[in-house]
Design a protein around this ligand. Structure first.
Ligand code: SF4
Length: 716
């Protein structure tokens, strides 16, 4: 066969927050990616995991949306709903592991872009003018670029007139960011993950890095091989624990007790930096008073870790020359997630482990652009760069830049938006790239709530579980078809470049947002993505000096005070913090149990999370041939002793039931989970873990408790 010439396109992996640099090898004639190479990026040094290597063919999947779709009850040529009952026609029968388009499509008709956009703009304007801006909301997405996030939040704020805009950071690190902003004045990481190379101790708290940040975990393993002591703390033993110097299996949800136990030992044995505490922190006495109550014996009673192991870990951390701390969703996704993060920050601050090589605080970001989307203002209480909407001077700055008055009230978060819809306070929602019908806790409640909306518009690349319930579906471009910037977990801003042509009539997300804005009477006359990026950076401090030219091939860390330097600043806060007094704040926390604890009726603790091969609600990875083949089905991990007690053999199907719903899936025997605890990944629509999860939220970060609810197991 003749050799096909392949074009090389340098880009960034669309999945996790590691942000691996890669090259797509593209058969342009066939509009097809043939294979992927890892590039020598700062984050990956040519490495890729299975998702980056094989998870690209979703973009070429036959189910890609190619035309705007309008629910059939909207007669052609009319801008209003023919049915008086907006709920009746919503939804479709769903079976199998992908949405069955043949079941759902009869509820929709194809439309031209003009008709769809006119309908969307008219209905959104009507909802705003009839019910007021507070009845409007937008869900953006960390799967989108900084430019898309920026125009989306601008549309919601400047055109809808509300701050009701949020995205999946609410389900991810909202509690970590709340704690970081409160204590050290910045929500970003203080050191890159490669900084572990200079650490002699690394604490990995509630993070399953080999599955969720696989290439970052290769840095961790290398560091362990060179002598860094890895301390792994997690109720479900992650694979990286094989490389650990010590692994502590805490009981689910007892993080505060465990870390207070460590703090107790550090302070009782003088293993803290008194000079650093004196010069750079506040709140030490209150912290000391609280942790004095958490002796290793007391902490052990709660968290289940032996007192001697608590002492051993504290002594290693406290006597380290340089200790670095990483954490993940095991810390953040709790009703006490902000407290968990506060404890980790206190550990770091009392030992002076910040601002030096080999030290730092690093909440590992989940999605490839969750940092960038948050930086771009896709959060309800802050404009771009975490500038607070409630601050009159800041608001005046954005009113001047955008030329309209802005709402002074912080908006609703993801879970609060759902509740507002349920209470009939929210009437219209624009959802760009999110899939709350699978990703949000207690999805039966989410469905009930969002089915009550007067108008739901979904912009996506597939007919997702959420799109099934939409009034209008707008076909967008995939990551592989567009130019944009993405900020990884390290604060590295990189350019993603188009490798494929979009299918059919699919359009760029930012162009769709601008078209809707134009039609609603607020012109957004951008002609290219870099125009949007330049407007965004002009309103921030963090992104000063960054533009498409300088981001070039390798990207750059923010902040980048020196354009001529090779890179931005790797290690932050070597001399104080961006807080009002320049000091880090020590916030004492008391242990509180999870909102719903096991009982006789629901005796197991359910912990949810992700698998290496899949990504969030599976819209992309379950349409990637290799990934779906490697991990084709949902399962529940159960400890062998529990399986034996239930009389269930590994591989048999079981029913898992919580107070909110029930799913059926295969049982797998695993000692990763402790006795009395089970684990289910949330990617699988046919056995959706979030049917079971509880929608209780952390009072500060407003993050749901995905890591803890009570369930029972039974034969189907
Ligand atoms: Fe992509 Fe993350 Fe895997 Fe890198 S580690 S290839 S960014 S999924």
């Amino acid at each position: 066969a003749p050799r096909v010439h392949l074009k090389q396109v340098d880009s960034v992996c669309p999945y996790c927050g590691v942000g691996c640099a890669l090259t797509y090898n593209v058969d342009e004639e066939a509009n097809r990616i043939v294979y992927v190479d890892g590039r020598d990026g700062e984050a990956n040094h040519e490495r890729l995991c299975v998702k980056g290597r094989y998870g690209y063919d979703y973009a070429m999947h036959p189910q890609r949306l190619q035309k705007p779709l309008i629910r059939v009850r909207y007669p052609k040529g009319s801008l209003s709903d023919a049915s008086p009952n907006a709920q009746e026609a919503r939804g479709g029968r769903r079976k199998g592991h992908l949405v069955r388009y043949e079941d759902v499509l009869p509820a929709f008709r194809e439309a031209s872009w003009d008709e769809a956009l006119d309908l969307v703009a008219t209905r959104l304007r009507e909802a705003r003018d009839t019910h007021g801006p507070a009845a409007m909301a937008g869900f953006g997405s960390a799967k989108c670029s900084i430019e898309e996030a920026y125009v989306f939040q601008k549309l919601v704020r400047a055109v809808f007139g509300t701050n009701n805009v949020d995205h999946c950071t609410r389900l991810c690190h909202a509690s970590s960011v709340a704690a970081l902003l409160e204590t050290i004045g910045s929500g970003a990481v203080t050191n890159t993950f490669a900084g572990i190379a200079e650490a002699d101790v690394a604490l990995l708290a509630g993070t399953n890095t080999t599955a969720n940040h696989p290439v970052a975990s290769s840095f961790f393993k290398q560091a362990a091989a060179r002598g860094t002591k890895l301390i792994v703390v997690d109720p479900r033993r992650p694979d990286v624990a094989q490389y650990a110097w010590r692994y502590a299996r805490i009981r689910n949800g007892t993080d505060v007790a465990f870390y207070n136990g460590l703090l107790h030992v550090l302070l009782a044995e003088g293993l803290y930096r008194a000079d650093y505490v004196e010069n750079h922190t506040t709140g030490f006495e209150a912290l000391k008073e609280t942790v004095a109550r958490y002796s290793p014996e007391v902490a052990s009673e709660i968290c289940g870790v032996a007192p001697d192991l608590i002492r051993e870990i504290a002594r290693a951390y406290g006597s380290a020359r340089a200790a670095i701390t990483f954490w993940g969703m095991g810390i953040s996704q709790h009703t006490h997630g902000t407290d968990n993060a506060r404890c980790l920050i206190s550990l770091c601050l009392v030992t002076g482990n910040v601002g030096r090589p080999g030290t730092g605080l690093h909440p590992l970001r989940g999605q490839n652009n969750v940092q960038g989307a948050s930086d771009a203002g896709l959060i309800p209480m802050m404009y771009p760069d975490y500038q607070r909407v409630a601050d009159p001077a800041i608001r005046a700055k954005f009113e001047s830049a955008w030329g309209v008055p802005l709402d002074p009230k912080p908006g609703l978060t993801v879970t609060e938006i759902t509740t507002a819809a349920l209470e009939d306070k929210l009437k219209a929602l624009y959802c760009m790239g999110e899939n709350p019908f699978l990703s949000d806790p207690n999805v039966n409640k989410v469905k009930k709530a969002l089915a009550k909306l007067d108008f739901l518009v979904v912009q996506d690349i597939f007919l997702t579980e959420t799109a099934e319930f939409a009034d209008v579906i707008l076909p967008a471009t995939s990551y592989l078809e567009k130019l944009g910037t993405y900020t990884n977990t390290d604060r590295r801003v990189q350019i993603g470049r188009p490798a494929l042509k979009p299918p059919g009539d699919a359009r760029l997300d930012w162009q769709i947002v601008c078209e809707i804005s134009n039609r609603m009477g607020y012109p957004m006359p951008y002609t290219k993505a870099s125009d949007i990026f330049d407007e965004f950076t002009s309103l921030t401090d963090a992104y000063q000096n960054l533009d498409y030219d300088i981001l070039g091939k390798a990207g750059r860390l923010w902040p980048a005070p020196d354009r001529a330097a090779k890179d931005g600043v790797q290690i932050l806060f070597d001399d104080g913090f961006p807080t009002p007094d320049g000091r880090g704040k020590l916030v004492p926390c008391e242990y509180t149990p999870a909102r719903e604890t096991p009982d006789a009726e629901y005796p197991f603790v359910l912990n949810t999370g992700r698998l290496l091969e899949h990504w969030h609600t599976g819209t992309m990875t379950r349409r990637s041939y290799a990934l779906d083949a490697i991990a084709p089905e949902a399962f529940v991990e159960v400890h062998p002793e529990d399986l034996a007690r239930l009389g269930v053999r590994p591989g048999e199907r079981v029913r898992v039931t919580s107070r909110r719903g029930s799913i059926e899936l295969v049982a797998r025997s695993s000692t990763k989970v402790g006795v009395g605890s089970v684990f289910i990944a949330f990617h699988f629509r046919e056995a959706a873990a979030n049917v079971l999860t509880i929608d209780a939220i952390d009072p500060f970060g407003k993050i749901p408790e995905f890591k803890f609810c009570a369930v029972r197991l039974s034969r189907p």
